[in-house]
Design a protein. Structure first.
Lengths: 201, 187
């Protein structure tokens, strides 16, 4: 049900370490927002687009991942045509599209495991301050992945119950029972975690 | 933080993921379809409180960032943060926190039912609409270069839908509060 947006592949960008990719994404966004010059933004756009399309996705796959974000960019650009001068609108479209494509490329070439390793390292300063524990973050993430299918099944069971009684399926009548039934499990799950000593308390 | 709070945070993040899988409802008199997921912020603050609600959304944002398609419509990945509405997604954590603060302040077990409804509605509107737009709209304006006034006027289209969401979240939160109260037990 929850399949990651990672794409299997052997491209050179797959082999770049995550940290480098994230630093590149951050520097790229800072750099692109610092400039308005089309002769810098256009090559950036072409390079990011080329990179994104070279990752081994079919064009349809590639478009469906970023289509919605690109659509919002175009809608806002259309609005901007009436409000700001044309060269600025062009710069905005090129800049944002380049960034979105580069970010999508990072997502497509990085596994969840690699991201989590990096996040554990990023959380280390907070851990030293005693604010949280990186192991807790991983545990919480694992719990989400574990329980989403269960909760979705519960949602379907509640919809079925609506249908069986001839009631319209409305969010209002579904959300309440769904949340109560789900959160009531919290005590059992917490007890199971503590019984296994996962958090070493 | 005890294990129960950790589990509540994770379960709520999982509920928000599932809310994204529910097909959006379209209403004749509102131009934009309503996704159940966007009610999550109001629900999180009203049901599990400020601290746990905000942490549930930080966890959810983490899921988006590491490339899980958990946003409604199967979207996800770092691209959504680079897009114009990235501020709204990052703002969810703050919005859930403020919703929780207001709900914790105004809703008590001893209140009459009507007062609880008012408290939850106030919390949903202040946190889930006012705070969220106060972060999302300037962000959008800064990223796209759209003048702030125009961006703010444009987002008024979404306000009727948001008020309806606040109403639904209020009823759902009050139902949960009556059936399985979690709000007073602060994290």
């Amino acid at each position: 049900m929850l399949t990651s947006l990672y794409v299997e592949g052997q491209s050179w960008f797959h082999r770049v370490p995550v940290r480098l990719k994230l630093i590149a994404l951050l520097s790229l966004s800072l750099a692109l927002f610092a400039t308005n010059a089309p002769f810098l933004l256009l090559p950036a756009f072409l390079l990011c687009g080329g990179l994104y399309l070279s990752l081994g996705m079919t064009p349809r796959q590639a478009l469906s991942r970023v289509g919605f974000v690109l659509l919002t960019i175009l809608v806002l650009a259309a609005v901007n045509l009436f409000l700001v001068p044309l060269p600025q609108v062009a710069a905005l479209v090129l800049r944002l599209t380049a960034l979105v494509l580069f970010a999508a490329a990072v997502t497509a070439t990085t596994t969840i495991g690699a991201f989590m390793d990096e996040i554990t390292i990023l959380l280390r300063p907070l851990e030293r301050l005693g604010l949280l524990r990186a192991a807790d973050v991983s545990l919480a993430l694992g719990l989400v992945l574990r329980f989403v299918p269960d909760i979705f099944e519960r949602y379907q069971a509640i919809s079925e119950a609506h249908r069986a009684r001839g009631l319209p399926i409305r969010p209002l009548t579904i959300i309440g029972p769904l949340i109560i039934l789900t959160l009531k499990d919290a005590d059992t799950i917490a007890a199971a975690i503590d019984a296994r000593g996962f958090r070493r308390q | 933080m005890n294990t129960r709070d950790l589990v509540l945070i994770a379960l709520f993040a999982a509920i928000v993921v599932v809310l994204g899988l529910i097909p959006p409802i379209t209403l004749g008199f509102i131009p934009v379809p309503i996704t159940a997921q966007s009610m999550g912020v109001m629900l999180a603050g009203c049901i599990i409180g400020a601290k746990r609600g905000a942490l549930a959304f930080l966890l959810f944002i983490l899921l988006v960032a590491i490339g899980l398609p958990v946003l409604s419509g199967g979207r996800g990945g770092l691209a959504v943060f680079a897009g114009p509405s990235g501020g709204f997604i990052l703002g969810w954590a703050v919005a859930a926190f403020v919703t929780g603060i207001v709900a914790e302040r105004f809703v008590n077990q001893g209140n009459s039912e009507g007062r609880q409804f008012v408290g939850f509605f106030l919390a949903s509107v202040v946190g889930g609409i006012v705070v969220l737009y106060a972060i999302g709209v300037p962000w959008l304006s800064a990223v796209t270069g759209t003048p702030l006034a125009a961006a703010a006027t444009g987002s008024l289209v979404f306000i009727p839908g948001d008020l309806l969401k606040a109403a639904i979240a209020t009823l759902a939160a009050r139902a949960v509060y009556a059936g399985y109260p979690l709000l007073p037990a602060r994290a």
